[in-house]
Design a protein around this ligand. Structure first.
Ligand SMILES: Cc1ncc(COP(=O)(O)O)c(C=O)c1O
Length: 388
């Protein structure tokens, strides 16, 4: 079966943040919204049908995660990225971001040092700062067409740190860290006895020929005992509205600490019914759909890059190796951030994420979401071309 990702679907008035919150977010209700990380594609038919079928039983009470849910996760993670996980390791979370916050509470104390690699997904800052922990940055370094890890600085920054929060694949730079890079991160975390909180929510959205590796699984699972790995079907199958994610925590002590906060203190352990049904259907039937999705997104990435090179040559696109998000450097235009906003939002009417929200080194950048029909990518470049 061939899925049609070109289909234009109106999402207006569906309580959808990307389209319905444009006035609030951009001060302009007419921008072409290419910001928050969900997709303008239909969630897959096999997920929607499973939800419909469940609704024929009209009792929607409290949930209990069945064996089939755990089996679906275990088989998916092994099939897609070769990591063999066990049922006991899998802890429910209503989202990856709530899970990151639980992990910060579970493994660190106020004032403890936590490292992140900037620019990075804004809630990483909040998970540290709003919980009164100390933020330590290891800025990624742009090298040619990609961002790389400054390992010397990472070694320094990890001294005395309790945890690192990784984004892999990395939002917003699109890096899929390779085995060598992950090995060096793991070795440094071993050296400084640092817990690795690894946000791998984008691990299914991988552009060929890149390959996702779970840091917990590399080097014969050498680092597994210090890793807490977050995953979810939400980005992969456009199910973010179902608020369903999970952590895989092999180390029983780390797992106990996590569950103490998540289940005993906060009572977050019970999954929601649509999320359970959606996850299981997606992970059971989703391979072909996902392969086609990834090819389509790669097409969008190539198109954006080609159009920008042709029409906006002073803007640099960092082509993502994973995620459907591209990081764009507008710095060569010599505009202030406010001037750039006036051009992009006020004149071009394109709604992108502001780079500065990903850290100080995101100044002059914007993040564009390419999980949309190809026509939107063309339209966005056309709109920008007219004003820049
Ligand atoms: C790196 C990363 N982590 C987490 C999330 C969101 O996770 P959730 O909606 O499950 O809280 C996103 C969404 O964009 C993300 O990019």
């Amino acid at each position: 079966m061939t899925y049609n990702f070109d289909e234009i679907i109106s999402r207006e008035s569906t309580s959808c943040i990307k389209w319905d919150a444009r006035q609030t977010v951009f001060g302009n209700p007419n921008v072409l919204p290419m910001w928050v990380a969900d997709m303008d594609f239909k969630s897959p038919d096999f997920v929607v049908n499973a939800l419909r079928e469940r609704l024929t039983h009209e009792v929607l009470g409290y949930t209990y995660r069945p064996e089939s849910y755990f089996d679906a996760i275990i088989r998916w993670v092994e099939r897609r990225n070769g990591w063999v996980i066990e049922k006991e390791w899998i802890c429910h979370s209503p989202g990856v971001v709530p899970g990151l916050n639980v992990a910060v509470w579970a493994y660190t104390q106020p004032q403890d040092r936590i490292v992140i690699q900037t620019p990075v997904y804004p809630p990483f800052f909040d998970a540290i700062l709003k919980n009164n922990r100390t933020l330590i940055e290891n800025p990624l370094i742009a090298n040619g067409d990609r961002f790389e890890i400054d390992f010397e600085n990472l070694d320094t920054q990890l001294q005395g740190a309790k945890a690192i929060i990784l984004s892999n694949p990395h939002n917003p730079t699109g890096r899929v860290f390779d085995e060598k890079e992950l090995l060096r991160i793991g070795e440094l975390c071993e050296k400084h006895n640092v817990t690795i909180i690894s946000d791998e929510i984008h691990s299914d959205i991988i552009m060929k020929p890149h390959r996702h590796r779970h840091i917990a699984a590399i080097a014969n699972s050498r680092f597994a005992n210090r890793c807490v790995t977050f995953m979810a079907p939400s980005k992969t199958f456009n199910l973010a509205g179902l608020s369903t994610a999970y952590a895989a925590i092999p180390n029983p002590e780390l797992r106990k600490q996590y569950l103490q906060v998540s289940e005993q203190q906060l009572h977050l352990g019970m999954s929601n019914l649509p999320g359970l049904i959606g996850l299981e259907a997606a992970y059971t039937h989703g391979d072909e759909w996902l392969d086609q999705l990834n090819s389509y997104i790669l097409g969008n990435i190539e198109l954006l890059d080609a159009l920008v090179k042709e029409h906006l040559p002073r803007i640099k696109v960092y082509k993502p190796e994973g995620t459907y998000l591209a990081w764009m450097d507008f710095g060569a235009l010599g505009l202030t951030d406010e001037e750039l906003d006036r051009k992009l939002i006020g004149e071009a009417k394109v709604g992108l994420n502001k780079g500065i929200t990903f850290g100080a080194n995101g100044k002059g950048f914007r993040r564009i979401n390419l999980a949309c029909p190809r026509a939107y990518v063309q339209e966005a470049v056309e709109r920008m071309r007219r004003v820049l």
